[in-house]
Structures are given as structure tokens and as C-alpha cells.
Design a protein around this ligand. Structure first.
Ligand code: FCB
Length: 423
């Protein structure tokens, strides 16, 4: 039976990414991308939320939400500003942040790579070059050796599928390549291999210090792909999309597989991290290589400010579908909506949490939910226009203010109960 109660140990969190909130770093691929004038509205990630200077203030925001989990990322270029140097002060900054979080009763979930690369790494053909793997592992080792005693939950790589699709296929993320399927596949192979080796490395280093509760996974962007009026070409597109966009990564990172070949022997997820936002209806278009479809939505569906369909059932469908494939605990590592007027977010949170409760009622171990995002921030190509925050953010004054939907989420986090929408 579906109840309104979440398990006692359920993690209610929020998620952010370093580049999107910290501001101030000039040594990364997204700084270079903004400098090159690639953000259509001219916004620049150098400002963001000044989180680097406001860690304490932002942890207070989390306390205000009664969070017991926080997913965030380490900005690799800060830790390794050049190929041959490490910045001790920067890693200690993160160490201090984690200590503050834990003092506030908030468990950190640490992401090692969330879209942004050090500029030097980008310049040497990031992820497409085979050496990327050993470079990522050296960075991973440095971070784990400095922070591992404080961190149990690790995300190696955020959304490798989106990173590669946007950077090498659609061309709107650095390095801005279009239709380069060869690089997409090469990058995928390297990211998969880097994940599997990082999984093994993190466990080894944590074992060495006797830390036994380490959980390593990745955050995969999973979408629902539905067919258009049951057309045959649409069914083929559906298979291509599920494979190229998600299962290539899911099977690769879970089993160390690459097109049926074994890259690494073993199992490389302790939990499955799902980032869920929306679905696509695949309308046949023979010219649209390689998926032979246009991505569309149902005519009368509800959408967010970015015109993404709001489809909570999709979350339950994906949880069930992927749980069948891996039987692992699941964390919803991201879920949220752009809603500058805050008109639909409350219902969005309600409906997606209800979807999670329905899966838990079927015995699926969904362990945590990390709402995207704590505070309006630099939303990649949309700059500051897309507002996903539980807290609104004023770029001029740096003022943060809790939205009504944030108040609602706070009550849920506090009571560990799904509250009715009129509460
Ligand atoms: C995800 C990204 C995250 C944020 C949300 C809206 O794909 O991981 O950084 O941009 O979308």
C-alpha cells in the first residue's frame, strides 16, 4: 500500500554543482566558453552565487530546509590548477565545507566531475584523449586521500551522456562540436572506463583507512522515450535512443561493458543515481541521424519555463525499469523544474515524491531524493534565466529568499511525510 510516510533513514537533500554556484574561478572550460561569448543571453559563470565565499550562509539555507543530505561537486580546476600542480588550500576549503555540513547533520554526497573541466584538460582534448582516464584517476586519488574519511557517498561523473551529447553532438556545450558521433562514442568509452577504475580506486583507498560505509555510483540522466502513434520507425528510434543515450552508459558503468565487450570485470555501482527531468515523444523523421526522429511532446501537456514536459509518472516508470535491470538501491540524484514564478514547483515536488513513494511501496529501495536545486544558479546555456531554486537568487544583491515551494519542501523534509498540496 502506498503511504505518505518515507522510511526513517530516507535522505532528503538538494543538489548543486560547483561551476553553477561558486563563481570566481577563471581556469575552467565554462569560463572560457562564456568568455568566447557562447551563452546566448550574454550571462557569465564568473559571478554565480559567490558560494565559494558564502559556504556558511548557504549551509544555513540548507538547515532552513531541514535537509539531511546535500549533493555537490568539487571543482577539479581549483584542486589541480595546472597538470603538474595541486592546490592544498582549495582542497582544505572543501574539507572545511564538509565538516560544517556534518556539524549541521547534513550528509554530503560528493560529485567528482560535473560538466566543467580544467582549462588545461579541455585543451588537451578532454575525455576524447585516452590519457584523460589516468588524469581523472590521479585527481580522484588526491580528493579521496584528502576528504575520504569524511565522505561515504560518491558520484564519480555527472551525466556523461548529456556532457557528450551537448558538447559533441548538439554543439552547445564546450567544445561545441556538432554531429561528431565518433567523439561521442570515444568519450563515452573513456568516461565509462574512468568511472569503473575510479570505483575500484575509491573503494581501495577507503578500505586502506578502514572506512567501511563507502557507496560509489554515478548520476545518470535518464529520460523516458515514448513512441509516436505507435509508428514502426518510432519504435526503432526508441531503441536507438534508449541505447545510445542511456543504456550504453548504464551497462558500461555498471558492468564495465562496451558494446558487449568487457572493459573491466566486476560491478561498478553500489547504488544507481538517477537524474530525472522529462520525457520525449519520438516523431519519425528519416533525415534526423542517428535517431531518425524529432523530439516532441504531447500536445496539451504541462511544461516548465524551458518548455520541458512535466511528467511525474516518468520517474516511477524509470525507477521500475532500471531497478529490474540492476536490483540496486536507488538515489534520485537530481529532479526539479525551472519555474521563475514558482507556480508549479510545489505540485511538481508533490507528484514526483508521490511517484517515489509508489515505488517504495512495491519494495524498491529508493534511498534518497536530491532536489535540483538549492538556489537559482548559472544554468549552463540558459545563464541565470532558468530558475530552478528552492531559494530565489538576486544576482545584483546576492540575496537569497525562500520560495513558497521551498517552504513546502522544508515541511516534508522535517516530517518525512508527503504533505497534501493545500497544507
Ligand atoms: C542537469 C544537470 C544540472 C542542471 C539540471 C537542470 O542535466 O546535471 O547541472 O543543469 O540539469
Amino acid at each position: 500500500m502506498v503511504t505518505n510516510n518515507f522510511p526513517k533513514d530516507f535522505i532528503f537533500g538538494a543538489a548543486t554543482a560547483s561551476l553553477q554556484i561558486e563563481g570566481g574561478d577563471r581556469n575552467n572550460s565554462w569560463y572560457d566558453w562564456c568568455e568566447a561569448g557562447k551563452i546566448p543571453n550574454g550571462d557569465h559563470c564568473i559571478e554565480a552565487n559567490q558560494h565559494w565565499e558564502r559556504v556558511e550562509e548557504d549551509i544555513n539555507l540548507m538547515k532552513g530546509l531541514h535537509l539531511n543530505g546535500y549533493r555537490f561537486s568539487i571543482e577539479w580546476p581549483r584542486i589541480q590548477p595546472t597538470k603538474d600542480s595541486w592546490d592544498k588550500a582549495a582542497i582544505l576549503h572543501y574539507r572545511d565545507e564538509i565538516i560544517q555540513l556534518k556539524q549541521a547533520g547534513i550528509e554530503p554526497m560528493l560529485t567528482l566531475h560535473h560538466f566543467s573541466n580544467p582549462s588545461w584538460f579541455e585543451q588537451q582534448n578532454a575525455w576524447i584523449d585516452k590519457e584523460s582516464i589516468s588524469l581523472f584517476l590521479a585527481y580522484t586519488e588526491y580528493v579521496v586521500k584528502h576528504l575520504g574519511d569524511l565522505v561515504s557517498h560518491w558520484v564519480t561523473i555527472n551525466e556523461p551522456n548529456v556532457y557528450l551529447m551537448m558538447g559533441y553532438f548538439v554543439g552547445i556545450f564546450p567544445p561545441g562540436k556538432e554531429g561528431d558521433i565518433k567523439s561521442y562514442l570515444k568519450g563515452a568509452k573513456h568516461m565509462i572506463s574512468a568511472h569503473c577504475q575510479a570505483y575500484t580506486l575509491i573503494h581501495k583507498l577507503q578500505n586502506d583507512i578502514g572506512k567501511k560505509d563507502t557507496q560509489v555510483g554515478a548520476a545518470l540522466h535518464l529520460r523516458v522515450f515514448d513512441t509516436y502513434k505507435d509508428k514502426w520507425l518510432s519504435k526503432i528510434s526508441q531503441k536507438i535512443c534508449y541505447f545510445l543515450f542511456q543504456d550504453l552508459f548504464f551497462n558500461g558503468m555498471l558492468h564495465g561493458k562496451w558494446f558487449g565487450r568487457t572493459l573491466h570485470r566486476g560491478q561498478f555501482f553500489d547504488y544507481l543515481g538517477i537524474n530525472y527531468y522529462s520525457r520525449d515523444i519520438l516523431k519519425p523523421n528519416i533525415k534526423a541521424f542517428p535517431i531518425f526522429a524529432d523530439l516532441t511532446k504531447p500536445a496539451d501537456c504541462k511544461v516548465n519555463d524551458l518548455d520541458w514536459e512535466i511528467y511525474p509518472e516518468g520517474l516511477a516508470r524509470l525507477i521500475k525499469m532500471y531497478y529490474q535491470k540492476c536490483k540496486l538501491p536507488i538515489h534520485i540524484t537530481e529532479n526539479g523544474m525551472a519555474d521563475s514564478q514558482d507556480k508549479q514547483r510545489k505540485k511538481y515536488i508533490h507528484d514526483h515524491l508521490r511517484a517515489i513513494l509508489s515505488c517504495i511501496a512495491e519494495g524498491i529501495p529508493v534511498k534518497g531524493y536530491f532536489h535540483w536545486t538549492l538556489i537559482d544558479n548559472f544554468e549552463w546555456m540558459e545563464g541565470y534565466e532558468a530558475r530552478f531554486g528552492l531559494y530565489a537568487h538576486d544576482l545584483e544583491t546576492q540575496k537569497r529568499s525562500l520560495r513558497e515551494s521551498g517552504k513546502y519542501y522544508a515541511e516534508i523534509c522535517k516530517s518525512k511525510r508527503l504533505l497534501p498540496l493545500d497544507s
